[in-house]
Design a protein around this ligand. Structure first.
Ligand SMILES: O=c1ccn([C@@H]2O[C@H](COP(=O)(O)O)[C@@H](O)[C@H]2O)c(=O)[nH]1
Length: 231
């Protein structure tokens, strides 16, 4: 899969004016804007509609995880927002994923499944009671998501090759945990933008490296240019 502009900028803020300003500044510089839990908790459906007016595709990353009925009913609310992608935790199980997909029918919204958060390493996974290594857990969940019909997978780029093998070329692989020369923050499984693309990622999610930079538009452009260079 080859995406025109694979950069997704995560706008994690409670300040709606800041979010609108960033979305306008990044228009044409990134392929999508990601709104997450912090923004959604502060502004809900109204806030997402306000960002939609900036005319840039929106990835709503609220990682739904509940019993099938609750998730499906929530998807019917979200689907009126016309967002491009919505996340669910794959660990909710096949029934939850399939009912969410049925609820999303008739829209263009892609449902994408979160595997193992990029803030976690093997130790964190083991502490949460999962004995597998991260890469095995990611591929197991990616396979379940694929079999259930989801259109994409969220994982770190470090697992992208294994996920591609399991899920095939049509699966959208979305990779947070992307870092340039900045701090890792709370991310543990990281790559650079170029490494992520080389490993087969379709989309690169960057939040703080862009939004905390002095010139977010310039930073986004530099990242995109770095992907086009031969070396
Ligand atoms: O496994 C995951 C799933 C989602 N995220 C989200 O991506 C961004 C990353 O922001 P940075 O500032 O570039 O760290 C953030 O909104 C997370 O909620 C993730 O990091 N890992």
């Amino acid at each position: 899969m080859s995406v025109v502009n694979p950069i997704i900028c995560a706008i994690d803020t409670q300040n709606i004016n800041k979010a609108i300003s960033l979305a306008n500044i990044l228009h044409g510089k990134v392929g999508m804007i990601k709104l997450g839990l912090e923004f959604f908790a502060a502004h809900g459906l109204f806030g997402v509609r306000e960002i939609t007016k900036c005319d840039i595709p929106i990835f709503l990353d609220i990682k739904l995880h509940d019993i099938p009925n609750t998730v499906a009913r929530t998807v019917t609310v979200i689907k009126d927002l016309n967002v491009a992608m919505l996340t669910l935790h794959i660990t909710g199980g096949a029934k939850m994923l399939k009912e969410a997909l049925s609820a999303a029918q008739g829209t263009k919204m892609k449902l994408v499944g979160v595997t193992v958060l990029t803030s976690m390493d093997n130790k964190d996974l083991h502490e949460s009671g999962i004995e597998k290594e991260v890469v095995s857990q990611v591929t197991l969940l990616a396979k379940l998501a694929k079999e259930s019909g989801l259109q994409g997978i969220v994982c770190s780029a470090l697992e992208a090759q294994e996920v591609r093998q399991k899920c095939g070329k049509d699966c959208n692989i979305i990779t947070p945990g992307i870092r340039i020369n900045s701090s890792n923050d709370d991310q543990k499984r990281i790559t650079t933008p170029r490494e992520a693309i080389a490993l087969g990622a379709d989309y690169l999610v960057l939040g703080r490296p862009i939004t905390n930079s002095i010139d977010p538009a310039k930073t986004a452009k530099l990242i995109l240019d770095s992907l086009k260079r031969d070396h």
